[in-house]
Design a protein. Structure first.
Length: 253
């Protein structure tokens, strides 16, 4: 089957940063976009901006680590926009914590959002993709999957998403659904701003130092990830599945 004439996309963590950029890009390309986020007001602001630009968007408050909340949010999207055929698993959190100071609650919180949450949303949505015989799942991993000093919980979750992606690509390929991951490098975001603060740097200084180690000579922007997501959810990407695309300004690994 081919992509629906009026495709519906769900973007988790869509209120700001990478998620907001992806949601706006997909809306410009004709998707009706559901912006799922724990921050209800920020999600509403992003959806309003998309609508003001001529797109169709719905803001939905959702804690993706909560199974009942995910089910309710998915039902709300289907009722308001129709069955989704595109899912972008973007929501994430990764506060710094060394292994000796890290609490069980911190570990569970980060894996709950970055790994369990993506599983719950995917499970809730995938039936609609399979029923349509056409679908795209894009999950935002990270170069931190290769290791990240002081954030072993975040690194573990992002590495887990790669296995999740590759396994689902095998399982869902026969149903017309592709599954890929994007692994961003340094992206201007709330998370990298928090890292700058933790290191006692201004955000501008932090970006300059990071850019010096990136072959293309600059840090990434949320739009860099949106460009890649746009391709992966397109009909033209139908022969690309089970892949991890590093969008990091240079080789990684």
């Amino acid at each position: 089957m081919t992509r629906p004439e009026h495709p519906v996309a769900i973007v988790t963590g869509g209120a700001r940063g990478i998620g907001a950029a992806v949601a706006a890009r997909l809306a410009r390309e004709g998707h009706a976009v559901a912006v799922l986020d724990l921050d209800e007001q920020a999600a509403a602001d992003t959806a309003a901006a998309i609508s003001a630009a001529g797109g169709t968007a719905l803001a939905v408050r959702c804690d993706i680590a909560d199974e009942a909340a995910v089910t309710a949010a998915t039902d709300q999207v289907v009722a308001a926009l129709g069955p989704p055929t595109v899912l972008v698993n973007n929501a994430g959190a990764g506060p710094a914590a060394g292994i000796t100071e890290m609490t069980v609650e911190q570990w569970d919180h980060v894996l709950g959002i970055n790994l369990r949450g993506h599983f719950l949303v995917t499970r809730a949505v995938v039936g609609h993709l399979v029923a349509a015989g056409w679908g795209r799942i894009v999950t935002i991993s990270s170069i931190s999957a290769h290791g990240d000093d002081g954030r072993s919980h975040y690194s573990s979750a992002k590495a887990g998403l790669i296995g999740f992606t590759r396994s689902l690509a095998l399982e869902l390929g026969p149903h017309g659904v592709t599954v890929n991951a994007i692994a961003p490098g340094f992206i201007v975001s709330d998370m990298t701003a928090a890292s700058a603060q933790r290191l006692g740097r201004t955000f501008e200084e932090h970006q300059r130092i990071a850019a010096e180690s990136i072959p293309v000579g600059r840090v990434g922007r949320p739009e860099d990830i949106a460009h890649t997501a746009s391709y992966l959810v397109s009909p033209e990407a139908g022969f690309v599945t089970g892949q991890v695309i590093h969008v990091a300004g240079g080789p990684v690994g």
